[in-house]
Design a protein around this ligand. Structure first.
Ligand code: IPD
Ligand code: CA
Ligand code: CA
Length: 264
């Protein structure tokens, strides 16, 4: 394992343990916007992660969700989601994680996602595969949408909800169903681990998806936008799948978009 991945694993485990400990206590919810929450756990986890990254890799840039990052001239940049699934955490629904992705010149080269509730550690290195607790991951072999289990998410503020509900409606009718569990990083890891056959979301930040997208690619899956164009870390949309159901799903997204335009 390269040093940066080893260090990221250690940090993600430490931050995960902190979150698990804070989950046992009552937590105050602070509102960034209506329905956009932040807790002490998000802030403390971020401070811990940023401090550790800075001491291990002083020149590296850091983009962290709660604003604790720093700009540098380095080609290396860490994308940090100190607690992905804050709404779940705040309500005591045990689906959340820590997500760290490292990009070199804009391309993700390593990712770590740690789920403290299940003690599941997902790791990926570009060109060297994806692993869950040291076991190599491979995406599912499901070849038809009608036999697929899918997942999606809705950003905490009302952007694009209508069209996503339309996608949700159409894909529910054509698959085994859609899960909306509330942690995009874990959703992506579930595609890598063959638990889901596909996951899409319309508006994600780079810290939500950097590590998870690499996980899917390294497990042999496909990652694009909803039109099937290559994945770009700084773009909002993502559609990640096992590859086999990709084209069929992209057709459903584009049918829904075309019908919406006709109605407008
Ligand atoms: C959110 C979760 C959720 C997704 C939202 C994200 P947060 O991240 O990943 O599943 O639907 O778009 O913002 O706020 O819990 O870190
Ligand atoms: Ca997130
Ligand atoms: Ca977060």
């Amino acid at each position: 394992m390269p040093e940066y991945l080893e260090v990221a694993v250690e940090i993600a485990r430490e931050a995960g343990a902190l979150i698990a400990q804070l989950a046992q206590r009552p937590h105050e919810i602070i509102y960034k916007r209506p329905s956009d929450l932040v807790t002490e756990a998000d802030r403390r986890s971020e401070s811990l992660i940023v401090e550790r990254l800075r001491s291990h890799f002083p020149p590296h840039a850091i983009v962290a969700e709660e604003g604790g990052g720093r700009e540098t001239n380095s080609d290396y940049c860490w994308y940090v989601d100190p607690l992905d699934g804050t709404t779940n955490f705040a309500h005591g629904f045990p689906v959340y994680c820590v997500s760290l992705g490292l990009a070199y010149r804009g391309e993700v080269i390593a990712g770590v996602v740690y789920d403290p509730t299940r003690d599941e550690l997902f790791t990926a290195e570009r060109g060297a595969g994806a692993y869950l607790n040291h076991k190599r991951l491979a995406v599912s072999k499901t070849s038809a949408l009608r036999e697929s289990l899918l997942a999606t998410g809705f950003p905490p503020f009302a952007a694009n909800h209508e069209i996503n509900i339309e996608f949700f409606f159409r894909l529910t009718q054509r698959s085994h169903g859609i899960r909306r569990a509330g942690s995009a990083a874990l959703d992506l890891c579930s595609v890598a681990a063959a638990r889901f056959d596909g996951f899409w979301e319309l508006k994600l930040n780079p810290w939500d998806k950097a590590a998870g997208a690499l996980m899917v690619l390294e497990a042999g899956g496909k990652v694009t936008d909803l039109a099937g164009h290559p994945f770009a870390l700084l773009e909002d949309e993502i559609f990640a799948s096992n590859g086999h159901i990709h084209e069929e799903s992209v057709r459903v997204f584009s049918e829904a978009l075309a019908q919406r335009e006709e109605r407008a």
